[in-house]
Design a protein around this ligand. Structure first.
Ligand code: F6R
Length: 603
């Protein structure tokens, strides 16, 4: 995902900007650029590929004395990852960098072209700088020109713009994409896509709200929310990198649970166009010639795969099978070239998944991966990859990676459904509406978190946990149990609710804890009967449901949704928080549980 850095002050700008981009490397990028405005002269440099290429290009450049600088790492959405498409984009006397997607850029571009503007890049970003300069040419003050520019844009953006018409000012805007403003006692000002580049430089930061824009110089910071002037809400920035990287949360896992809402917005970005799922990565795949999708993965990624198998069969009407990679490798599987082989991996380095992928490729199957780490081994081996864009996941217990995997796989199922025309229009529309709602669904409700904190003290002992659910809530039950066992070291199993009476119910007594996933939109009555059977045998029940359930010993009430995936994602957050709170009470190292590694590169 793109990264933004900005600076106003007297220090060497190039060094701060390049180091800042380095801090944002984890977001993923395929080109980079910087621009410095100093003594009314603008210098800019861009390079495709790794930051090193940009560092080499700028090695003879320095910029001491008061000035402005902006810098960007680009992760291509509109147009190829070339130097021309890298940011900053320039007009006659201004430059802009942008993270996000301008949805109405084609309309604006057409109007500007009719006015005689020539575009050099294929990006949506370039329209911003030309639009600004158009308003300047119409004699608007720079501030008004910027305001008018922002008012013309629809979409998601974090923008920094500099111009010779206001050589001491950085213009900025933020909507649905992170942008942070920082300052210190030496009157230096900083911008960043996250805290990371600002640590050690800014003493205070303001996390800008959606719908804000303004301009900043040594003399003033003017901030507006829509049209109203507001005060930036500055908070101290801890100078410890680790603390700041945790954004004040106690553990990376907690931070990663909380950031799922914004992270999935990145997963969705540019992938729904005119209410249709658009996955550029799949343009060479003909789904009408594919008979089956076989998915292979390990651990949490396997649970995402199981969830996908329900979605793919139900929405895209393609047979879908799922295998644990370490089992698949040695079972002498029968492979058919009409099968699409899909692997899922957060790290892209899991040895068993990688080897399974290589086997499928050798057998002549078309391959695809859903992965979080670009350029990882799995990405390099597979024919195509849909990146999940979760950003670096530091907690060993996977949370946001799982959320983005499931969301990406749901997008895939809908993409195939469209290609094969398997869904009625109204059904497809309902799916898109639900997809768009997921960032909101994932916002953590602090009251629910507090309740889970209180409840967790009752779940620190016992002889085991059963997480139970049906349909897509069965893989979610598996995932909930895995989260709990990984970080609490308590025994937990995920089970299909209907399967309990075929054996495991023998374990039921008051020391058996059942976490019952009871969504309203899928098989509620059937799940309820299964939970009643357990309750009748004295099992302790923690029910998670939007419907009151009187046999529950503990109850977490969820919101009423009409789409099962909304219920899925809300319950996912609850199971993650439950595991977190139990682990904290037990005094465990939440982020680095014993015996586990983040990337499993051995079989
Ligand atoms: C659990 C967890 C692991 C991984 C598994 C596969 O929280 O993180 O179960 O899901 O090791 O790793 P990836 O997805 O990197 O292939």
């Amino acid at each position: 995902m793109c990264g933004i850095v900005g600076y106003i002050g007297k220090k060497e700008k190039k060094t701060f900007l390049l180091n800042g981009l380095k801090e944002l490397e984890y977001r993923g990028y395929d080109s980079a650029g910087i621009a410095v405005l100093h003594q009314n002269e603008i210098n800019y440099f861009k390079a495709a590929g790794k930051l090193e290429n940009l560092v080499n290009k700028t090695k003879d450049f320095s910029s001491n004395g008061f000035g402005l600088g902006i810098a960007h790492t680009r992760w291509a959405t509109h147009g190829k990852p070339t130097e021309i498409n890298a940011h900053p984009h320039w007009g006659a006397f201004s430059l802009v960098i942008h993270n996000g997607i301008i949805e109405n850029y084609m309309e604006i571009k057409k109007e500007l072209q009719e006015d005689g503007v020539e575009f050099v890049s294929q990006t949506d970003t370039e329209i911003i700088v030309h639009l600004f300069e158009k308003f300047i040419a119409l004699d608007f003050e720079p501030h008004v020109a910027f305001e008018k520019t922002i008012q013309s844009l629809h979409g998601a953006y974090a923008i920094l713009l500099i111009s010779k018409v206001a050589p001491d000012t950085i213009f900025f805007a933020k909507n649905a994409v992170p942008l942070i403003l920082g300052r210190n006692s030496e009157s230096e000002l900083f911008f960043g896509s996250s805290d990371a580049p600002l640590i050690g430089f800014a003493q205070e930061v303001s996390y800008l709200e959606d719908g804000t824009y303004g301009w900043a110089s040594e003399k003033e910071i003017a901030l507006f929310h829509h049209d109203e002037k507001i005060k930036p809400n500055f908070k101290p920035l801890n100078s410890s990198k680790i603390y700041a990287q945790k954004d004040g949360y106690r553990f990376f896992m907690e931070k990663e649970i909380y950031e799922q809402s914004s992270v999935v917005s990145e997963t969705l970005m540019g992938r729904i166009k005119d209410d249709v799922v658009f996955l550029e990565e799949l343009k060479d795949y003909d789904f009408n010639t594919i008979d089956e999708i076989k998915i292979c993965a390990c651990g949490t990624s396997y649970h995402a795969a199981l969830t996908a198998s329900y979605l793919i069969e139900r929405l895209a009407k393609i047979r879908c099978s799922v295998e644990i990679a370490s089992e698949f490798r040695y079972k002498e599987p029968l492979l058919d070239t009409k099968t699409l082989f899909l692997v899922i991996s957060q790290s892209g380095e899991t040895a068993d998944t990688l080897e399974a992928l290589k086997m499928a490729k050798k057998a002549g199957l078309k391959t695809l991966s859903v992965c979080n780490v670009d350029n990882s081994s799995i990405v390099r081996v597979s024919d195509a990859t849909i990146l999940t864009r979760a950003g670096i996941e530091k907690g060993v217990a996977s949370t946001k990676a799982f959320a983005t995997q499931v969301l990406t796989l749901w997008l895939l199922a809908l993409y195939v459904a469209k290609a094969k025309n398997t869904l009625e229009e109204a059904h497809y529309e309902a799916e898109i509406k639900a997809l768009r709602a997921i960032p909101t669904v994932l916002k953590v409700d602090e009251r629910v978190h507090e309740k889970l904190h209180r409840l967790s003290k009752r779940y620190l002992h016992g002889h085991g946990f059963f997480f139970i659910g049906r349909d897509i809530f069965f893989p979610l039950a598996l995932e909930g149990a895995l989260k709990l066992k990984e970080i609490s070291y308590l025994h937990a199993e995920g089970y299909p609710s209907g399967e309990m009476k075929h054996g495991p119910i023998a374990l039921a007594d008051s020391n058996l804890f059942t976490i019952a996933l009871m969504p309203r939109t899928l098989l509620y009555e059937k799940t309820k009967s299964n939970v009643e059977e357990l309750s009748a045998r004295d099992a302790t029940i923690l029910a998670i449901s939007p419907q009151e359930f009187e046999l529950a010993d503990d109850f977490i009430k969820t919101k009423v949704y009409t789409h099962p995936m909304c219920e899925f994602f809300e319950m996912m957050v609850i199971t993650q928080l439950l595991a977190l709170e139990v682990s904290i009470r037990l005094g465990n190292d939440v982020d680095m549980p014993r015996n586990l590694a983040k990337s499993v590169t051995v079989e």
